[in-house]
Design a protein around this ligand. Structure first.
Ligand code: FAD
Length: 591
């Protein structure tokens, strides 16, 4: 019998695993996808090799790339971008680590208090969350992003919008600033040269400005795994979890099994209360099934797979909220073309942002060429420009919004990606009961019935739509202010990069799955510790810092509630994930 089983080694799971292993618990992590132990041999800078959703080394599928990716059902002209494997979707992520806006928490009483998703607030205060934010910010670690020309251009636009510069971690109101990122700042030769011979560790440390954040961070060359620049959990929390015995006084290393797909959570009824007792998992390679029991089970399979696993396990769902309330920041994409060099694909993927609570935010995002092409062609408004079918909304951008085609697209890329600036619109997106994960009617795969992501009304609430329109206009004004010659709004079709709240915690037992400790209301000893536990879409800030802060809090609740431990966040100092003791032990383990 294990102390704790964690399902999933993505953004949230490794946080709980690392924290509880540091306190001496016996923790098993089961991860459905691959473990890339030798990324410099297994990964590349070829976009198709990395990102192809069917065959890429980063995809939603098993280790063996000759086998098909796992299928999920979703609406036409949309895409849900989640990955399997150690690091989960953080292998793709950009490491932008803003805190959630205070207005989405219980007890917020500023004048704009009614302007958020007030029906779905967090069941505790922002003040209670701050020590957990600080804990993760120190552990990851989170740093002010290294910037370059594209950020200079972005800020030039911000300066024309009559907003202040933000100088605090907490966002108090509309403002702009460098990102706070989970990316190590460049040191030594890094950031000063693009000569690969000079960009090896230890002569170069931190971000080398390669521009390939999307494809899994494996630089600087020669650095130990826990000192790669981007703090995806395969580089940060997982190395800590695997070496907890060397850096924590009472630590015990986590056992991590990959290609291990959990297909069922087991429960027993004890004194009339349903209690989690363990899991069954399936080996992707052999098809063998195994059962493991534990005192506590933590679900961290992400917003789509957690509901699937719940349904497939036949767990109780008394208020019918499992899988509901799926939020996705209802993104949009606005691109400016410039007569000058912008350096758009160079450096830390995104190092500048503008926050506009309660509407959402904007950030610059640099992409390599193929993804850039994809991003300018994914629209819900058809083709824009001289070929337009006239459906796209109009505003301070050029012509109606829509996808770029033909001469216009050629004109845009002819100047080179180096003359673009792309702005991601991140919307504060209401929790909606009908946006949800349900069991698909399509055939099951080897792991059971598959999930369907269902947004039955492609339109969102009036507030979400207003937020997105407001932020898209701000993005266009920013680009004009920065001197863009042309500004294109793509009106993105749903591209689900940030997903949240499908197993939400909440103030009311009528519209939430989890209580304020992130423990399931219907099944005791069963916790959720990933984006799906979030009460709402945070006001728009990127979710991973808040998920990891919440997962830290959840680990503390588990430790206190089921293992007789004391709270630690208020009394201890976190260890930084780049600690050389971790590097040494990883070397000994051949990792
Ligand atoms: C292109 C891109 C850029 C992004 N940039 C940012 C950013 O800059 N900042 C930010 O905050 N967020 C960003 N995100 C979002 C970020 O990646 C997510 O917030 C984060 O990964 C969510 O963590 P999670 O644990 O909920 O899910 P995931 O990271 O998806 O992890 C879930 C894990 O569980 C495993 N799993 C699922 N089901 C099972 C099962 N049944 N058994 C065993 N294992 C299972 C999966 O294989 C996966 O590894 C970005 C996302 C994308 C796609």
């Amino acid at each position: 019998m294990r102390d704790v089983i964690v399902i999933g080694a993505g953004g949230g799971g490794p946080v709980v695993a690392k924290e509880l292993a540091a306190r001496g618990l016996d923790v098993l992590v089961l991860e459905a996808g691959p473990r890339h132990d030798r990324p410099r041999e297994q990964w590349s800078s070829y976009e198709n090799d990395a990102n192809n959703p069917l065959t890429g080394y980063l995809r939603w599928g098993p280790t063996d790339r000759s086998r098909p990716a796992w299928f999920r059902e979703w609406a036409q002209n949309s895409f849900v971008w989640q990955l399997s494997g150690v690091g989960g979707t953080t292998q793709h992520f950009y490491g932008n680590y803003p805190r959630a806006y205070p207005g989405v928490f219980r007890g917020y009483d500023k004048p704009d208090r009614d302007a958020y998703d007030v029906e779905h607030r967090f069941p505790f205060t922002y003040g209670e969350m701050v020590p957990y934010f600080e804990w993760v910010e120190a552990t990851a670690p989170v740093m002010t992003a290294a910037m370059g020309t594209k950020e200079q251009v972005f800020f030039r636009g911000c300066e024309t919008l009559d907003l202040p510069v933000q100088t605090t971690k907490t966002t108090y109101g509309p403002s702009y600033r460098p990102q706070e990122n989970a990316v190590l700042q460049p040191g030594g030769n890094a950031g000063r040269t693009s000569d690969p011979n000079l960009l090896t560790h230890p002569d170069a440390t931190g971000c080398t400005f390669c521009g390939y954040c999307f494809q899994g961070c494996m630089r600087p060359v020669g650095a130990p795994r826990n000192q790669f620049a981007k703090r995806s959990t395969d580089n940060s929390y997982v190395p800590m979890a695997l070496t907890a015995d060397v850096w924590a006084p009472h630590g015990r290393p986590v056992e991590l099994l990959t290609d291990a797909y959990v297909t069922r959570i087991h429960t027993e009824s004890k004194n009339g209360v349903e209690v989690a007792t363990g899991v069954t998992w399936r080996d992707n390679a052999s098809g063998d099934e195994q059962r493991e029991d534990a005192r506590v089970v933590v679900m961290a399979g992400g917003c789509t797979e957690n509901p699937r696993l719940w349904f497939n396990s036949g767990l109780p769902n008394p208020n019918d909220w499992v899988g509901r309330g799926y939020t996705d920041h209802f993104f949009d994409w606005v691109v400016g073309s410039f007569d000058e060099y912008t350096g758009n694909p160079k450096g830390v993927g995104s190092a500048a942002r503008l926050d506009f609570p309660p509407y959402g935010g904007l950030e610059n995002v640099g992409l390599p060429p193929a993804l850039n092409g994809f991003a300018t062609a994914l629209s819900d408004s058809g083709i824009r420009g001289e070929y337009t079918n006239g459906r796209g909304p109009t505003g301070p951008w050029d012509g109606p919004a829509g996808r770029l085609m033909g001469p216009e697209l050629k004109d845009l890329v002819a100047g080179g990606l180096d003359r673009l600036l792309s702005v991601l619109v991140i919307t504060d997106d209401d929790v909606e009961r009908d946006n949800r994960v349900v069991p698909s009617a399509l055939p099951a795969d080897e792991n059971g019935p598959i999930p369907k992501i269902s947004f039955p009304h492609r339109e969102r609430t009036r507030r979400t739509t207003r937020n997105r329109e407001f932020m898209a206009r701000k993005a266009a004004e920013l680009l004009r202010g920065a001197g863009a010659r042309q500004v294109y709004r793509i009106d993105w079709a749903p591209l689900l990069l940030h997903v949240q709240s499908s197993m939400r915690m909440g103030e009311s037992e009528h519209n939430s799955v989890l209580d304020s400790n992130a423990e399931s209301r219907a099944v005791k000893r069963l916790f959720v510790a990933d984006n799906s536990a979030l009460a709402n879409s945070l006001g728009g800030p990127n979710p991973t810092l808040t998920t990891q802060a919440l997962a830290t809090r959840t680990a503390e609740k588990i430790f206190q509630g089921y293992f007789g431990g004391d709270p630690w966040v208020a009394s201890e100092s976190p260890v930084v994930s780049t600690d050389p003791r971790i590097s040494t032990r990883l070397g000994e383990l051949g990792l």
